[in-house]
Design a protein around this ligand. Structure first.
Ligand code: IPM
Ligand code: MG
Length: 369
């Protein structure tokens, strides 16, 4: 039986609560003989800062570099509002993304039939929705230099963030989007702001060339990023794969998440380039939601995005696509049975907590194994 080494980084807030449910899912798959899942757990974010004065320790980075996949919960919270900027909890996540070179972030937004009512949009707008946001994750304004606040001679301050992209960075993320579209509905929408940004002009030019030269069978369209946000809430089913830079992808994926009913539903995969020798990619899987400090520690969080992220790890890193299908099906079964956490429950309806939802998914999974 294949053996996999997973690094679990639960992080802060609801992170540890939702991660605990993933462990149960991995145990169930292990018991059914689908693989041996060796897990190691370590600190990240505010929890790591409290322990080591750094949002991610070097020893944790070593573990992450050698893991078959990293599963990441969430980071941040008001407790760390005053820590120095370079040590804020989010810096741990950004270092993991950058140092593991996880340039491709896949954020699928799928509306489960049972949840069409939970969205703030009308049923016909989101029923059957299945789109994939491909977000560039190691470049753009998140990492561009200079990135600083300087004090001017007149005492005023000046803050700078730099939006920067190279041909190579755009080409490789475009290829990820086109390759995904090949096995989906064969359409890519590229988003940028070429009407105000130089980097947008280059983005559009490079994506157009890659599409024409390498993927002539894939339909390519271009939407300005603001218009794409508007179209996502107007008629999201027009999209298949949306490719965007780091910052626009951050915003558009939150919008897409809400189409599915709740931020608590959306998983994500962050992938590096395949290793030329082994074909393996470095990878990190995390829910799109944050640490939700307002409900942390109360057992209320929805674990579905975290469990779905583990499903993506099975599919994209561990070669267990069938097991991933079973996990997705188990989630759908539980939702169809009517079980809801608070974030996806109808007003006034009964809601279960994190462990009940996790246990129900494990039970549904066992039935399918
Ligand atoms: C996300 C988050 C992160 C980001 C934060 C926590 C740094 O919002 O993964 O979407 O901005 O990328
Ligand atoms: Mg975000």
């Amino acid at each position: 039986m294949a053996s996999f080494n997973l690094l679990l980084l639960p992080g802060d807030g609801i992170g540890p609560e939702v991660m605990a449910e993933v462990k149960k899912v991995a145990d169930a798959l292990g018991k059914a003989g689908l693989g041996t899942f060796e897990t190691e757990t370590d600190l990240v974010g505010g929890a790591a800062y409290d322990a080591h004065g750094k949002a991610v320790a070097d020893s944790t980075m070593q573990l992450a570099l050698s893991a078959d996949a990293v599963l990441f919960g969430a980071v941040g919270g008001p407790k760390w509002a005053k820590v120095p900027y370079e040590h804020r909890p989010e810096a741990g996540l950004l270092r993991l993304r950058k140092d593991l070179a996880l340039f491709a972030n896949l954020r699928p937004a799928v509306c489960y039939p049972a949840l069409a009512e939970a969205s703030s949009l009308k049923r016909e707008v989101i029923e059957g929705l299945d789109i994939m946001i491909v977000r560039e994750l190691t470049g753009g304004v998140y990492f561009g230099e200079p990135k600083e606040v300087v004090t001017l001679e007149n005492g005023q301050k000046r803050a700078v963030d730099t939006q920067v992209y190279t041909t190579h960075e755009i080409e490789r993320i475009a290829r990820v989007a086109f390759d995904l579209a090949k096995v989906r509905r064969k359409k890519v929408t590229s988003t940028e702001k070429h009407n105000v940004m130089r980097s947008g002009v280059l983005w559009k030019e490079v994506v157009t060339r890659v599409g024409a030269e390498e993927y002539p069978d894939i339909e390519l369209e271009h939407h300005l990023a603001d218009a794409c946000g508007m179209q996502l809430v107007r008629w999201p089913k027009q999209y298949d794969v949306i490719v965007c830079d780091n910052l626009f992808g951050d915003m558009l994926s939150d919008v897409a998440a809400m189409l599915t009913g709740s931020l608590g539903m959306l998983p994500s995969a962050s992938l590096g380039a395949p290793d030329p020798a082994t074909g393996k990619r470095k990878s990190l899987y995390e829910p799109v939601h944050g640490s939700a400090p307002d409900i942390a520690g109360q057992g209320l969080a929805n674990p579905i995005a975290m469990i779905g992220s583990f499903g993506m790890a099975l599919r994209y890193s561990l070669g267990l696509g069938q097991a991933a299908d079973l996990v997705d099906a188990a989630i759908a079964d539980v939702l169809a049975s009517g079980l809801r956490t608070r974030d996806i429950a109808a007003k006034g309806a009964n809601a279960v907590g994190t462990t009940e939802m996790g246990d129900a998914i494990v039970a549904a999974l066992r039935k399918r194994l």
